[in-house]
Design a protein around this ligand. Structure first.
Ligand SMILES: [Zn+2]
Length: 94
């Protein structure tokens, strides 16, 4: 395993807008064992909330575990993609 030390760069952590965030919920209602019904993955919280309302209406289950996932990218302050040295960028543009 090699370990390289890079110069310090004050990266910003930003949400990757090219990948949709993911929302999901699982019903964890139940005394001894949880229900386990799952909403499936949606790309908007409203889809999952709608599923929860419907499930609660049908079952009177009221407790859910919610998952949220998104993708993040590290953006250097000068806007250059990570790994692209200024000299190499200049060569590409030439
Ligand atoms: Zn349930």
């Amino acid at each position: 395993m090699s370990r390289r030390i890079f110069r310090y760069v004050a990266f910003s952590i930003v949400q990757d807008v090219t990948a949709e965030p993911e929302y999901a919920a699982r019903c964890v209602s139940g005394d001894e064992s949880e229900c386990g019904a799952e909403s499936g993955v949606g790309h908007h919280p409203a889809e999952v909330e709608e599923w929860q309302r419907k499930h609660t209406q049908e079952t009177r289950h009221v407790r859910y575990r919610r998952n949220f996932a998104d993708y993040a990218v590290m953006e250097p302050p000068d806007g250059l993609p990570v790994g692209l040295q200024p000299a190499r960028v200049a060569r590409v543009r030439a």
